[in-house]
Ligand binder design. Sequence first.
Ligand code: AMP
Length: 281
Amino acid sequence: MELIKTISQMKKISSKWKKEGQKIAFVPTMGFLHEGHLALVRKARELGDKLVVSIFVNPLQFGPKEDFRDYPRDLERDLSLLEKEETDVVFAPSAEEMYSPDFQTYVEVTKLTQNLCGAFRPGHFKGVTTVVLKLFNIVKPDIAIFGEKDYQQLQVIKQMVKDLNLDVEIVGHPTVREKDGLAMSSRNTYLSSLERNSALCLYKALLLAEKLVKEGEKNPQKIKKQLENFIHGFPFTKVQYIELVDPQTLEPVKIIDKPVLCALAVYVGKARLIDNKIINP
Ligand code: AMP
């Protein structure tokens, strides 16, 4: 396994592989890897001849009051985990390497980024699409894997690839959960043990939404209200949003008469956690 820190070296390797006809599979991450990331890495290992994983905490996708500085980092540990998964190259550039002082070009998906996390994190998805497009240009993947845990991100990336005719296939991977159902996340490390208990409210709320829909509830407002009350029964929690949206357009639905995405963002202590589930009536 090679650790590459410069864009020029990464481009050289990927160009060589392309010439040889190798299929490059790519998993972009911000590091501090957990089993969720590793599931994506294993899938990519299966789908490609060569496997590249990037580790880059992208400053562009964090708001001024968000956790860029505190975001957990442990490159040594990440490298040893990736080595075990037979990763060919870990691309881990510095922020200076990725963004020169005169950097001024952005790519933005306009509509899909309006709701859900986009409504509360202005500029976040613009930062995501810009860095992902840069990474695609550098790594030149044939296929790239993204987690459904960040459902809106996955849809936004698919839209960008379609709109800009990029030659990469985007594959989604189901959310990997802890035994009790909590979606794995690097941000779970922010949780104290009491907060960890409360963090389960996201998954339980999704199951409650599913139960209500299966029992015949069609009114999203009623479900949202019940979920909000339910979540606020857990200490240390503060709901940012609870939405029931069309899984393709991410627009709020007025009535639940076909599959719907239930998506949540909840602060548990200082950790902002998200989760989602597609619910079939
Ligand atoms: P991050 O390091 O948080 O930017 O995540 C890198 C990739 O891993 C993204 O495509 C995420 O959606 C995905 N991911 C993060 N957590 C999970 C999880 N629990 N299950 C599946 N994919 C995940």
